[in-house]
Write a protein that binds this ligand. Sequence first.
Ligand SMILES: CC(C)(O)[C@@H](O)C(=O)O
Ligand SMILES: [Mg+2]
Length: 559
Amino acid sequence: MSSNRRSRNITEGVARAPNRSMYYAMGYQEGDFRKPMVGVANGHSTITPCNSGLQRLADAAVEGLKAAGANPQIFGTPTISDGMAMGTEGMKYSLVSREVISDCVETCVGGQWMDGVMVIGGCDKNMPGGMMGMLRANVPAIYIYGGTILPGKYKGQDLNIVSVFEAVGQFSAGKMSEEDFCEIERRAIPGSGSCGGMYTANTMSSSFEALGMSLPYSSTMANVEDEVVGNVKQAAAVLVDAVKADLKPRDIVTKEAIENAVAVIMATGGSTNAVLHYLAIAHAAEVDWTIDDFERLRRKVPVICDLKPSGRYLAIDLHRAGGIPAVMKELLKHGLLHGDCMTITGRTVAQNLAEVPELRADQDVIRPVTDPLYAEGHLAILKGNLSPEGCVAKITGLKNPVITGPARVFDDEQSALAAIMAGKIQAGDVMVLRYLGPKGGPGMPEMLAPTGALIGQGLGESVGLITDGRFSGGTWGMVVGHVAPEAHAGGTIALVHEGDSITIDAHRLLLQLNVSDEEIARRRAAWTAPPPRYTRGVLAKFFKNASSASTGAVLDRLE
Ligand SMILES: CC(C)(O)[C@@H](O)C(=O)O
Ligand SMILES: [Mg+2]
């Protein structure tokens, strides 16, 4: 056992007799105090299908760690369900839960002097929250993704959660029968596992393989399949080896590793949330990374995976086509990954990929770099007088990459959704959803309800939507999120009047309010910040401490 065994701080020496005595109650025997103590951050929860299949993984983790000669210590991490909270006040707690999870991991690992930790999660924020906690604690660690969900089935159609959000728009526009609407609602989510497209959960899990912090093939497994249990057992042995080698997360999560992760996110068409989360992950890792780094990578890395929301396939189809290793092998072959990055396996990216077969000819989920879906990445950083700090848009596959139109201004999500459902939003409009940022929301909620309804009504290509809030990984269309500075911080988005002309230009990466500087200055002089929506509890803490979306909306930026 390497000299770095941190747990000796709580278990060795005469003075630690009272501390040790507590461990005997946990079944420790004399010899156990020389073994590494490894935490298992168990995200199991019956709140949501994303996390309802995790207990058997936590049980396998305990078994695997004991077999590898470690003392496992299970502790819980919470989750909320983005899919259940979407469109409600509850969605304000979604990004907050990222911070709560990272605090849980950091607190338990630090408080108990753990020698290593395995974090097991499912829903969207579990992954970034777990990674941030692992990086802050910086003891040998591995991430276990609970696994994606299988598709629901109806009338020969593969269904997933985004099918239901889009059905709301179709049904409200009279484009779907009530029977179909109700059947889609009932059948879209067939069991446990995280949302099935390349939405936020699968985006973050896939990127962790590229980051080097989870095992090859693990990020696209289906939760209901037995292979996820085998992955946990293998991960337990790998983690104990990493503890012995003192291989810590910050030895792995370097700037080059983050570039690998972002390259895979671009190649797979991943969620806009990845921008926010990798700004936060880089901050936790003390890696020098800014919002402009995404644009540098976007220009280099093509979209080579045909995945929902804007493509055809689900994460399970990607798994069956070769998984993230197949994507990484294709990118490495074309010099789009750093092959020398160390990974949790103790081997480099290139060594991990050496045995991975070339792209199979019998699949069309993953395309060769030489014949991509889109020659450049999809996650673009737009700037302009509406978002001088930068904001995020998915810009591939847009029929109308440039839109200039009258602003339709809403200071909350519910009134915007009501306007869409009532048919009050027309083609050519640019919806402005504001006071939904990190402070204004607070909690920077995701806007899948309005964007899904626009798609369902067939307005996804003709109506622009900008917000200082976020989007779900299931969002696509002419939508721009993370506008910064946010309205509550006095950003220009707060000064937009109904009917103002706004331009969203995906070619020039521009988000512009077409009003004179003098008029904007006059409006700014007259603007005052509204009072905080919450004055107690986690939302008040988030309001007080959250940094701008352009720096990850983190709570521990001291400068
Ligand atoms: C409900 C979804 C699709 O999981 C969304 O929350 C996301 O961010 O992807
Ligand atoms: Mg989400």
